[in-house]
Design a protein around this ligand. Structure first.
Ligand SMILES: NC(=O)c1ccc[n+]([C@@H]2O[C@H](COP(=O)([O-])OP(=O)(O)OC[C@H]3O[C@@H](n4cnc5c(N)ncnc54)[C@H](OP(=O)(O)O)[C@@H]3O)[C@@H](O)[C@H]2O)c1
Length: 312
Protein backbone atom coordinates (compact mmCIF):
# COMPACT_ATOMS: atom_id res chain seq x y z
CA UNK A 1 0.00 0.00 0.00
CA UNK A 2 2.61 2.52 1.05
CA UNK A 3 6.32 2.43 0.26
CA UNK A 4 6.73 0.17 3.28
CA UNK A 5 4.57 -2.33 1.45
CA UNK A 6 7.02 -2.18 -1.42
CA UNK A 7 9.85 -3.21 0.92
CA UNK A 8 7.62 -5.86 2.32
CA UNK A 9 6.70 -7.07 -1.14
CA UNK A 10 10.40 -7.16 -2.09
CA UNK A 11 11.05 -9.27 0.94
CA UNK A 12 8.00 -11.37 0.13
CA UNK A 13 9.23 -12.00 -3.39
CA UNK A 14 12.57 -13.12 -1.96
CA UNK A 15 10.78 -15.39 0.48
CA UNK A 16 8.66 -16.84 -2.28
CA UNK A 17 11.76 -17.56 -4.37
CA UNK A 18 13.49 -19.17 -1.43
CA UNK A 19 10.47 -21.25 -0.69
CA UNK A 20 10.02 -22.24 -4.31
CA UNK A 21 6.82 -20.32 -5.02
CA UNK A 22 3.44 -19.72 -3.48
CA UNK A 23 2.41 -23.35 -3.49
CA UNK A 24 5.41 -24.22 -1.29
CA UNK A 25 4.50 -21.27 0.89
CA UNK A 26 1.00 -22.67 1.16
CA UNK A 27 2.41 -25.98 2.31
CA UNK A 28 4.43 -24.21 5.00
CA UNK A 29 1.29 -22.33 6.08
CA UNK A 30 -0.76 -25.49 6.08
CA UNK A 31 1.78 -27.21 8.32
CA UNK A 32 2.02 -24.14 10.58
CA UNK A 33 -1.77 -24.04 10.82
CA UNK A 34 -2.03 -27.68 11.70
CA UNK A 35 0.62 -27.33 14.41
CA UNK A 36 -0.25 -23.91 15.78
CA UNK A 37 -4.01 -24.12 15.63
CA UNK A 38 -4.49 -27.83 15.99
CA UNK A 39 -6.98 -27.94 13.14
CA UNK A 40 -7.07 -28.52 9.44
CA UNK A 41 -5.84 -25.56 7.44
CA UNK A 42 -7.97 -23.70 4.93
CA UNK A 43 -4.81 -22.85 2.98
CA UNK A 44 -3.38 -25.99 1.48
CA UNK A 45 -1.76 -26.72 -1.85
CA UNK A 46 -4.62 -29.10 -2.64
CA UNK A 47 -7.58 -27.50 -0.82
CA UNK A 48 -10.39 -29.57 0.60
CA UNK A 49 -13.47 -28.98 -1.54
CA UNK A 50 -16.33 -28.66 0.92
CA UNK A 51 -19.92 -28.92 -0.25
CA UNK A 52 -20.50 -25.24 -0.92
CA UNK A 53 -22.97 -23.06 -2.73
CA UNK A 54 -22.44 -22.23 -6.34
CA UNK A 55 -22.43 -18.48 -6.70
CA UNK A 56 -25.38 -18.16 -9.06
CA UNK A 57 -29.09 -17.43 -8.69
CA UNK A 58 -28.59 -15.73 -5.33
CA UNK A 59 -29.71 -12.29 -4.18
CA UNK A 60 -26.67 -10.47 -2.83
CA UNK A 61 -26.41 -7.19 -0.92
CA UNK A 62 -23.01 -5.49 -1.18
CA UNK A 63 -22.30 -2.53 1.11
CA UNK A 64 -20.02 0.04 -0.53
CA UNK A 65 -20.68 -1.32 -4.01
CA UNK A 66 -20.23 1.94 -5.91
CA UNK A 67 -16.43 1.79 -6.17
CA UNK A 68 -13.32 -0.38 -6.00
CA UNK A 69 -13.69 -3.94 -4.70
CA UNK A 70 -17.44 -3.63 -4.10
CA UNK A 71 -18.06 -2.54 -7.69
CA UNK A 72 -15.92 -5.41 -8.97
CA UNK A 73 -17.80 -7.88 -6.75
CA UNK A 74 -21.03 -6.52 -8.27
CA UNK A 75 -19.70 -6.90 -11.81
CA UNK A 76 -18.51 -10.49 -11.36
CA UNK A 77 -21.52 -11.64 -9.32
CA UNK A 78 -23.91 -10.22 -11.94
CA UNK A 79 -21.97 -12.02 -14.67
CA UNK A 80 -22.44 -15.30 -12.74
CA UNK A 81 -26.21 -14.84 -12.82
CA UNK A 82 -27.03 -13.30 -9.42
CA UNK A 83 -29.33 -10.44 -8.43
CA UNK A 84 -27.05 -7.75 -7.01
CA UNK A 85 -27.89 -4.85 -4.69
CA UNK A 86 -25.29 -2.23 -3.79
CA UNK A 87 -25.15 0.57 -1.23
CA UNK A 88 -23.09 3.72 -0.74
CA UNK A 89 -23.42 7.22 0.71
CA UNK A 90 -22.86 9.26 -2.43
CA UNK A 91 -25.82 9.19 -4.85
CA UNK A 92 -23.67 10.37 -7.79
CA UNK A 93 -21.30 7.41 -7.36
CA UNK A 94 -24.27 5.03 -7.13
CA UNK A 95 -25.72 6.51 -10.33
CA UNK A 96 -22.36 6.07 -12.04
CA UNK A 97 -22.22 2.43 -10.91
CA UNK A 98 -25.71 1.86 -12.35
CA UNK A 99 -24.58 3.34 -15.66
CA UNK A 100 -21.70 0.85 -15.72
CA UNK A 101 -23.84 -2.08 -14.51
CA UNK A 102 -27.46 -1.40 -15.56
CA UNK A 103 -28.75 -4.60 -13.86
CA UNK A 104 -27.55 -3.51 -10.42
CA UNK A 105 -30.05 -2.22 -7.81
CA UNK A 106 -28.69 0.75 -5.85
CA UNK A 107 -29.65 1.99 -2.38
CA UNK A 108 -28.26 5.09 -0.75
CA UNK A 109 -27.31 4.09 2.78
CA UNK A 110 -24.56 4.82 5.31
CA UNK A 111 -23.34 1.81 7.31
CA UNK A 112 -22.08 4.08 10.08
CA UNK A 113 -25.68 5.16 10.84
CA UNK A 114 -27.84 2.59 12.71
CA UNK A 115 -31.08 4.30 11.60
CA UNK A 116 -29.98 4.08 7.95
CA UNK A 117 -29.29 0.35 8.40
CA UNK A 118 -32.78 -0.22 9.82
CA UNK A 119 -34.32 1.73 6.91
CA UNK A 120 -32.23 -0.19 4.37
CA UNK A 121 -33.32 -3.50 5.90
CA UNK A 122 -37.02 -2.57 5.68
CA UNK A 123 -36.67 -1.50 2.04
CA UNK A 124 -34.52 -4.42 0.89
CA UNK A 125 -36.46 -7.30 2.49
CA UNK A 126 -39.72 -5.85 1.16
CA UNK A 127 -38.38 -5.50 -2.40
CA UNK A 128 -36.04 -8.52 -2.43
CA UNK A 129 -37.38 -11.19 -0.07
CA UNK A 130 -35.01 -13.75 -1.64
CA UNK A 131 -31.98 -11.87 -0.27
CA UNK A 132 -29.63 -14.57 1.03
CA UNK A 133 -26.06 -13.22 0.89
CA UNK A 134 -24.70 -10.20 2.76
CA UNK A 135 -21.35 -8.89 1.63
CA UNK A 136 -19.98 -6.43 4.20
CA UNK A 137 -17.49 -4.47 2.11
CA UNK A 138 -17.91 -0.72 2.82
CA UNK A 139 -14.87 0.81 4.47
CA UNK A 140 -12.37 3.62 4.53
CA UNK A 141 -8.76 4.21 5.53
CA UNK A 142 -7.26 7.38 7.01
CA UNK A 143 -3.75 8.50 7.81
CA UNK A 144 -3.93 9.75 11.40
CA UNK A 145 -1.12 11.46 13.27
CA UNK A 146 -1.97 10.68 16.89
CA UNK A 147 0.51 13.35 18.02
CA UNK A 148 -1.49 16.05 16.26
CA UNK A 149 -3.40 18.10 18.89
CA UNK A 150 -5.90 19.17 16.20
CA UNK A 151 -7.19 15.59 15.87
CA UNK A 152 -10.76 15.60 17.17
CA UNK A 153 -12.58 12.78 18.95
CA UNK A 154 -14.99 12.19 16.02
CA UNK A 155 -11.97 12.14 13.67
CA UNK A 156 -10.26 9.49 15.66
CA UNK A 157 -13.21 7.06 15.69
CA UNK A 158 -14.76 7.69 12.27
CA UNK A 159 -13.31 4.49 10.78
CA UNK A 160 -14.65 2.42 13.69
CA UNK A 161 -18.19 3.53 12.82
CA UNK A 162 -17.87 2.48 9.15
CA UNK A 163 -15.42 -0.44 9.22
CA UNK A 164 -16.34 -2.21 12.46
CA UNK A 165 -19.66 -1.03 13.91
CA UNK A 166 -21.06 -0.96 10.34
CA UNK A 167 -20.61 -4.67 9.53
CA UNK A 168 -21.54 -5.75 13.08
CA UNK A 169 -24.81 -3.79 12.91
CA UNK A 170 -25.54 -4.95 9.36
CA UNK A 171 -25.18 -8.58 10.48
CA UNK A 172 -27.41 -8.08 13.50
CA UNK A 173 -30.07 -6.33 11.43
CA UNK A 174 -30.12 -8.83 8.55
CA UNK A 175 -29.43 -12.06 10.49
CA UNK A 176 -33.05 -13.09 11.16
CA UNK A 177 -33.80 -12.71 7.45
CA UNK A 178 -30.68 -14.65 6.42
CA UNK A 179 -31.44 -17.43 8.89
CA UNK A 180 -34.87 -17.88 7.32
CA UNK A 181 -33.27 -18.73 3.94
CA UNK A 182 -32.37 -22.29 2.90
CA UNK A 183 -28.91 -21.25 1.79
CA UNK A 184 -27.28 -18.10 3.15
CA UNK A 185 -23.88 -16.54 3.60
CA UNK A 186 -22.05 -13.53 4.98
CA UNK A 187 -18.72 -12.38 3.52
CA UNK A 188 -16.57 -9.89 5.39
CA UNK A 189 -14.11 -7.94 3.28
CA UNK A 190 -11.13 -7.73 5.57
CA UNK A 191 -7.51 -6.80 5.03
CA UNK A 192 -3.99 -8.13 5.54
CA UNK A 193 -3.78 -5.20 7.95
CA UNK A 194 -5.99 -7.24 10.29
CA UNK A 195 -2.91 -9.39 10.85
CA UNK A 196 -0.37 -6.67 11.62
CA UNK A 197 -0.63 -3.05 12.80
CA UNK A 198 -0.15 -0.33 10.17
CA UNK A 199 0.94 2.59 12.34
CA UNK A 200 0.31 5.39 9.82
CA UNK A 201 -3.37 4.36 9.74
CA UNK A 202 -3.68 3.20 13.36
CA UNK A 203 -7.45 3.06 13.63
CA UNK A 204 -7.93 1.31 10.27
CA UNK A 205 -5.74 -1.58 11.41
CA UNK A 206 -7.58 -1.72 14.72
CA UNK A 207 -10.97 -1.92 12.95
CA UNK A 208 -9.77 -4.72 10.70
CA UNK A 209 -8.26 -6.71 13.59
CA UNK A 210 -11.55 -6.24 15.44
CA UNK A 211 -13.55 -7.34 12.41
CA UNK A 212 -11.42 -10.49 12.18
CA UNK A 213 -12.09 -11.38 15.81
CA UNK A 214 -15.82 -10.70 15.45
CA UNK A 215 -16.01 -12.74 12.23
CA UNK A 216 -14.45 -15.77 13.92
CA UNK A 217 -16.88 -15.53 16.84
CA UNK A 218 -19.81 -15.07 14.45
CA UNK A 219 -18.80 -18.21 12.54
CA UNK A 220 -18.78 -20.23 15.77
CA UNK A 221 -22.18 -18.93 16.85
CA UNK A 222 -23.75 -19.50 13.42
CA UNK A 223 -22.42 -23.05 13.08
CA UNK A 224 -25.79 -24.64 13.90
CA UNK A 225 -27.50 -22.47 11.24
CA UNK A 226 -27.41 -22.53 7.43
CA UNK A 227 -25.56 -19.19 7.34
CA UNK A 228 -21.95 -19.64 6.24
CA UNK A 229 -19.41 -17.01 7.25
CA UNK A 230 -16.53 -16.13 4.91
CA UNK A 231 -13.65 -13.71 5.41
CA UNK A 232 -11.61 -12.19 2.60
CA UNK A 233 -8.20 -11.16 3.92
CA UNK A 234 -7.29 -8.84 1.09
CA UNK A 235 -3.85 -7.60 0.02
CA UNK A 236 -3.33 -3.97 -1.01
CA UNK A 237 -5.39 -3.41 -4.14
CA UNK A 238 -5.66 -0.89 -6.94
CA UNK A 239 -8.77 1.02 -5.79
CA UNK A 240 -9.59 4.65 -4.86
CA UNK A 241 -9.29 3.72 -1.15
CA UNK A 242 -5.53 4.07 -1.39
CA UNK A 243 -5.79 7.63 -2.80
CA UNK A 244 -6.25 8.72 0.80
CA UNK A 245 -2.71 7.61 1.50
CA UNK A 246 -1.26 10.13 -0.93
CA UNK A 247 2.11 10.10 -2.68
CA UNK A 248 3.40 7.21 -0.65
CA UNK A 249 1.29 4.72 -2.63
CA UNK A 250 3.32 2.42 -4.84
CA UNK A 251 0.87 1.57 -7.60
CA UNK A 252 3.05 -1.15 -9.08
CA UNK A 253 2.51 -3.34 -6.00
CA UNK A 254 -1.27 -3.21 -5.88
CA UNK A 255 -3.36 -6.24 -6.86
CA UNK A 256 -5.94 -5.62 -9.56
CA UNK A 257 -9.53 -5.82 -8.22
CA UNK A 258 -10.51 -8.12 -11.12
CA UNK A 259 -7.98 -10.78 -10.02
CA UNK A 260 -8.59 -10.26 -6.30
CA UNK A 261 -12.35 -10.71 -6.60
CA UNK A 262 -12.05 -13.67 -9.00
CA UNK A 263 -9.78 -15.40 -6.44
CA UNK A 264 -12.27 -14.61 -3.66
CA UNK A 265 -15.27 -15.99 -5.52
CA UNK A 266 -13.31 -19.13 -6.40
CA UNK A 267 -12.33 -19.50 -2.73
CA UNK A 268 -15.93 -19.16 -1.62
CA UNK A 269 -17.09 -21.73 -4.16
CA UNK A 270 -14.38 -24.08 -2.92
CA UNK A 271 -15.59 -23.68 0.64
CA UNK A 272 -12.62 -21.74 2.03
CA UNK A 273 -13.84 -19.85 5.07
CA UNK A 274 -10.78 -17.59 5.05
CA UNK A 275 -9.48 -16.46 1.69
CA UNK A 276 -5.99 -14.99 1.24
CA UNK A 277 -5.48 -13.81 -2.36
CA UNK A 278 -2.04 -12.89 -3.70
CA UNK A 279 0.37 -11.32 -1.22
CA UNK A 280 -2.07 -11.66 1.68
CA UNK A 281 -0.63 -15.18 2.04
CA UNK A 282 2.80 -13.68 2.59
CA UNK A 283 1.53 -11.20 5.17
CA UNK A 284 -0.14 -14.06 6.97
CA UNK A 285 3.08 -16.03 6.93
CA UNK A 286 5.19 -13.10 8.17
CA UNK A 287 2.65 -12.19 10.84
CA UNK A 288 3.25 -15.60 12.40
CA UNK A 289 6.91 -16.15 11.65
CA UNK A 290 8.30 -12.62 12.08
CA UNK A 291 5.71 -10.22 13.58
CA UNK A 292 8.40 -7.79 14.82
CA UNK A 293 9.96 -7.58 11.36
CA UNK A 294 6.54 -7.03 9.79
CA UNK A 295 5.68 -4.23 12.22
CA UNK A 296 9.05 -2.57 11.58
CA UNK A 297 8.44 -2.60 7.82
CA UNK A 298 4.90 -1.31 8.18
CA UNK A 299 6.08 1.44 10.56
CA UNK A 300 8.42 3.09 8.05
CA UNK A 301 5.90 5.59 6.61
CA UNK A 302 5.38 7.13 10.08
CA UNK A 303 8.90 8.50 10.27
CA UNK A 304 8.78 9.53 6.61
CA UNK A 305 5.43 11.34 6.74
CA UNK A 306 5.06 12.44 10.35
CA UNK A 307 8.73 13.09 11.08
CA UNK A 308 9.22 10.20 13.47
CA UNK A 309 7.56 9.76 16.81
CA UNK A 310 8.31 13.25 18.16
CA UNK A 311 5.22 15.12 19.46
CA UNK A 312 3.92 17.65 16.91
N1 LIG B 1 -7.99 -1.27 -1.55
C1 LIG B 1 -7.25 -2.00 -0.73
O1 LIG B 1 -6.01 -1.93 -0.75
C2 LIG B 1 -7.92 -2.92 0.24
C3 LIG B 1 -7.19 -4.01 0.73
C4 LIG B 1 -7.81 -4.87 1.64
C5 LIG B 1 -9.11 -4.64 2.04
N2 LIG B 1 -9.79 -3.56 1.55
C6 LIG B 1 -11.16 -3.34 2.03
O2 LIG B 1 -12.04 -3.41 0.93
C7 LIG B 1 -13.21 -2.67 1.21
C8 LIG B 1 -13.54 -1.80 0.01
O3 LIG B 1 -12.47 -0.90 -0.18
P1 LIG B 1 -12.08 -0.33 -1.62
O4 LIG B 1 -10.62 -0.46 -1.73
O5 LIG B 1 -12.93 -0.93 -2.66
O6 LIG B 1 -12.41 1.21 -1.38
P2 LIG B 1 -13.17 2.30 -2.28
O7 LIG B 1 -12.85 2.11 -3.72
O8 LIG B 1 -12.88 3.59 -1.62
O9 LIG B 1 -14.71 1.92 -2.07
C9 LIG B 1 -15.29 2.04 -0.82
C10 LIG B 1 -16.79 1.87 -1.00
O10 LIG B 1 -17.39 1.91 0.30
C11 LIG B 1 -18.38 2.96 0.32
N3 LIG B 1 -18.43 3.45 1.69
C12 LIG B 1 -17.44 3.97 2.44
N4 LIG B 1 -17.90 4.31 3.66
C13 LIG B 1 -19.21 3.96 3.67
C14 LIG B 1 -20.25 4.06 4.63
N5 LIG B 1 -20.03 4.59 5.85
N6 LIG B 1 -21.48 3.60 4.30
C15 LIG B 1 -21.72 3.07 3.09
N7 LIG B 1 -20.80 2.97 2.14
C16 LIG B 1 -19.56 3.41 2.43
C17 LIG B 1 -17.92 3.95 -0.72
O11 LIG B 1 -18.97 4.76 -1.24
P3 LIG B 1 -19.36 6.20 -0.59
O12 LIG B 1 -18.06 6.87 -0.25
O13 LIG B 1 -20.16 6.89 -1.63
O14 LIG B 1 -20.15 5.88 0.63
C18 LIG B 1 -17.43 2.99 -1.80
O15 LIG B 1 -18.50 2.47 -2.55
C19 LIG B 1 -12.94 -1.88 2.49
O16 LIG B 1 -13.56 -2.52 3.58
C20 LIG B 1 -11.42 -1.97 2.61
O17 LIG B 1 -11.00 -1.88 3.94
C21 LIG B 1 -9.24 -2.70 0.65
Amino acid sequence: MLRAWATLFGCAAELRENLGGISSLNNVLATADAHLLGRESVVTSSPTFLPIMELRNHTILITGGSSGLGLEFARQLLALGNTVLITGRDQARLDQAQLLLPQVHAFRSDVSDPAAIAALHAQVVAQFPALNILLNNAGEIRKLNLNDPALTLPDVTQEIDSNLSGPIRMVQQFLPHLKAQKIAAILHVNSGLALAPFPIAPVYGATKAGLRSYTQSLRVQLKPTAVQVFELVGPAANTPLNDRLGDAVDNSQLMEPKDLIAATLTGMQQGQEEIYPGLAKVIRFLSRLAPGFLLKQLSKPVAKEFGGLKPV
